[in-house]
Design a protein around this ligand. Structure first.
Ligand code: 0WE
Length: 255
């Protein structure tokens, strides 16, 4: 597979080897891409170093996407080291834990602000910083979830943030399309990552999904990685502003 030969990809959201972003990074590298992994802070640098060592040719940089200064600094470094980039993978989301436990009605102003800042605004900021480096055109992608479209109990403010994220994908796609830059989202089915751990009832949700989904199973992280590779590659040059469901078909069912 050489679909990404000569292309450079920047991946945000690798926390550990179970991360969706890690699966995507591996698929991109396997297809010939030069992969840059970012990690949020010093504390996560160790974990990232171990992963980067497993990915031939990969590089790591620190970047907290909630900081404009860190985003600017990252892309300045990327410009001087690599000149141009072709792919951005945004696989970042956060809401304060309490917001995912109580009724949505109890969403706090601060919880709402944090969820939207980290999970939505960061895509705008990262895309804006990446555009000048995407001289050959490019592909930007983010991760969404069905809770953007329908009520998933306890997903709460993250559902509202994912709805805003999906709208953001469409507005960004419209702004950068003339530069041959595409912006899309993958709406993945539930996967047991670090972000999903400790979410009560996730096990039962996944059992129910495996019963009801057309493919009668849950999605595997590798399948999200493969779809991400498709969106990063020139196989998808006609697709932008889109939300692709990679969920074993669960979203199409009404009953
Ligand atoms: O987008 C997500 C999870 C994102 C997430 C997870 C956490 C846990 C730790 C965002 N913020 C936090 N904050 C924390 O403190 N998913 C699609 C996975 C997920 O999360 C749920 C789900 C599913 C599925 C929460 C409630 C119900 C279902």
């Amino acid at each position: 597979m050489t679909h990404m030969q000569g292309k450079t990809a920047v991946v945000f959201g690798v926390a550990n080897k179970r991360s969706i972003a890690w699966s995507i990074a591996q698929k991109l590298q396997g297809a010939g891409a030069k992969v840059i992994i970012t990690y949020q802070n010093e504390r996560l640098a160790q974990e990232a170093a171990g992963l980067i060592a497993d990915l031939p040719g990969a590089d790591g940089f620190q970047c907290d996407v909630s900081s404009d200064a860190e985003i600017d600094h990252l892309f300045a470094q990327l410009k001087s080291k690599f000149g141009k980039i072709h792919t951005v993978v945004h696989s970042v989301a956060f809401a304060p834990a309490e917001e995912l436990k109580n009724d949505f009605l109890l969403t706090t102003r601060e919880g709402f602000r944090i969820a939207h800042d980290v999970s939505v605004y960061s895509l705008i900021a990262v895309t804006r910083a990446a555009v000048p480096l995407m001289e050959d055109g490019g592909s930007v992608m983010t991760m969404s979830y069905l809770g953007a479209e329908r009520v998933v109990p306890r997903y709460n403010v993250m559902g509202v943030a994912k709805a805003a994220l999906e709208a953001t994908v469409r507005y960004l796609a419209s702004d950068v399309g003339a530069k041959k830059i595409r912006v899309n989202a993958i709406s993945a089915g539930p996967i047991k990552t670090l972000a999903a751990r400790g979410i009560s009832g996730l096990g039962e949700m996944m059992k129910e999904l495996a019963d009801k989904a057309p493919l009668r199973r849950n999605v595997e992280v590798d399948e999200v990685g493969n779809s991400a590779l498709f969106l990063a590659s020139d196989l998808s040059t006609g697709i932008t502003g889109e939300v692709i469901h990679v969920d074993c078909g669960y979203n199409v069912m009404g009953f």
